[in-house]
Design a protein around this ligand. Structure first.
Ligand code: 5GP
Length: 204
């Protein structure tokens, strides 16, 4: 039986730069994973192509897909639906290829429930570590500003607990390098590999 591919989920707070990091990753010639193109009810932005950036759907079409069980996860974000077509994910994994989802946090939570064995990467804003430095150094910020940031940081840190890895998006290139290293490491995980050797011993 063919070994299954890895389900990789990149998520994180709104505005952290998930889309930028994902585009940079897929512009690299040696990236060996497939991208899961999402469905959305939002209008295409200039330059976006149906079937490349997203599958653009009406609300009626999207709701039909939900009813037909065609989505692995979906969420409403700023008044529009976004969701991951389930068939392509399953086909890709069954073919032994890795698949990469770039989705917001509510969707990532649903995927975690259905695919607990997936690889979940949280993209964190550099402002979290900046905030830490400011607090440690007791810089120029007023208490009120610090309190506001602390509240936002608390929410972002709470979101992290669902994930396996945290990658700080300080620089897009560095974030991409870290993600690629994590994927390589995940493929070397003993739990994923040991059974091959076990089979070898059994066939001896
Ligand atoms: P945008 O409209 O800027 O392309 O995307 C808005 C947000 O939707 C981003 O945070 C993006 O990661 C998220 N998103 C894109 N596709 C999906 C999807 O299939 N499911 C979920 N849950 N979120 C998605």
């Amino acid at each position: 039986m063919k070994e299954k591919g890895l389900l990789i989920v990149l998520s994180g707070p709104s505005g952290v730069g998930k889309g930028t990091v994902r585009k940079e990753l897929f512009s690299k010639p040696d990236v060996a994973f497939e991208y899961s193109i999402s469905m959305t009810t939002r209008a295409p932005r200039e330059g976006e192509v149906d079937g490349v950036d997203y599958f653009f759907k009406t609300r009626e079409e999207f709701e039909q897909l939900i009813d037909d069980g065609k989505l692995l996860e979906y969420a409403e974000f700023v008044g529009n639906y976004y969701g991951t077509p389930v068939d392509y994910v399953r086909e890709t994994l069954d073919a032994g290829k890795d698949i990469f989802l770039e989705i917001e946090v509510q969707g990532a939570k649903q995927v975690r429930e259905k695919f607990p064995e997936g690889l979940f990467i949280f993209l964190a804003p550099p402002s979290l570590s900046e905030l830490y430095n400011r607090i440690v150094n007791r810089g120029t910020e007023s208490d009120e500003v610090i309190q506001g940031r602390m509240e936002k940081a608390r929410k972002e840190i709470e979101m992290m607990s669902l994930y396996d890895y945290v990658v700080e998006n300080d620089e897009v290139e560095k974030a991409c390098d870290r993600i690629l290293s994590i994927v390589v490491a995940e493929h070397c995980r003993r739990e994923r590999i040991q059974h091959r050797y076990q089979k070898m011993l059994e066939s001896d």
